[in-house]
Design a protein around this ligand. Sequence first.
Ligand code: PHE
Length: 457
Amino acid sequence: MSTQATSRGQWSSRFGFILAAAGSAIGLGNIWRFPYTAGENGGGAFVLLYLAFVVLIGIPVQLSELSMGRRTQRNAVGAFRELAPGSGWSVVGGLGVASGFGILSFYAVIAGWTLGYIYFAVAGRFSAAMSPDASGAIFTGLVGGVVGPIVLLAAFMVLTALVVQGGVQGGIERASKILMPIFFLLLVALAVRSLTLPGAGEGLKFLFHVDFSKLLNAEVAGSALGQALFSLSLGMGAMITYGSYLKKDENMPMAAVAVASSDTLIALLAGLILFPAIFSAGLEPAVGPGLVFVVMPQVLAAMPAGWIFAVLFYLLLAIAALTSTISLLEVIVAYFVDERGWSRPSAVWTVTLVCFLLGVPSALSFGGNGFFTNMLGGLGFLGLVDMIFGKYGLTIGALGICLFVGYRWGIKNALEEIGGGGHRLPAGAFWGFLVRFLCPVAVFCILVLVVMGRANF
Ligand code: PHE
């Protein structure tokens, strides 16, 4: 069995792993979803709960996944198969691969819009005198089309496939090493610009002022936990897969903390870019998914040299999304390569084609096709896929992973793997408590909220 390791890829260094895993975690979830979800859930209270959940639930689940991956050096399904042969547990891994398909299919639709917006910004479509209606019309003009959204989806899928085809070191790690530094530079430039706008203080107050009555609100808590799982790329085996390419003596606890804290920091920084700019322009923060596509163009266009900042902003979004779609595709590809013996190129291009086809109805669910747009009482096809895979898939997956590590594979075995190379996890017993008790209970609670339709992430 151990000969398998030699034919699989491996990260060249801890830094390479951290960039790739942070690239997976940092995505539309941070820059598109986190700010508007915080906006809809009252700002500061949501942010505070989010931080608590990242530490108490996110990092423990992340370490569970990484340790399963590194111990077995297998994909999401193979890891369960190897640790519990002949049992039904590999279904959890299978659900992860299915979630990867589903999430990639709609994530790439939204990622495709960012490419359209880069083009709009370069072409000078955002003018300083643009009214909210005009900005809304540009958005609906793009997403409500038929050919446009499908072409952009295809373009994004091909970009993703080209990177994943290059393999772990030559593709994913190399792309992350180029893209992530550019991403950080863009982010800092935009945050400085936004925070120096007149009236930026209002935005800061919104993000950090805690309304204590909202802290005890189940919906706000459920949304914060769901968002934390999604944002850290947990519950679908992405971290099992990335962990399987990690060297045995690499410092796993440190790498995990580095990934989780950069993800959190970037979400907060995205808030620091969006809210000061939005308040300074006198616009509303709680406008849902249109926040970065409808409100931000107005904000950006009104700044001096705004078109340059607009290009930078949408480039930033596209890069963030690309390093995430890469990890989604890799989860599925690793499964077909390890478990089914496919070659990497045929796995990459077959999966890309299937995801594209599944993504087409999602691309048409913003007006391009009446049925896909209005189905299920306005949920739409994209909303349905997000519901099944992004909400049910990830929460059931995370629950399964906690139960598996906590009660089947065992905390002792997991801790031994996490501490490989002499990098013992501090407070290991507390980690075991979180994985066995707090995490499953908390994740089960959001599952209930999702079923009740009250978790809004
Ligand atoms: N974490 C990514 C984001 O925040 C999304 C993602 C979820 C990627 C699950 C991989 C797996 O955008």
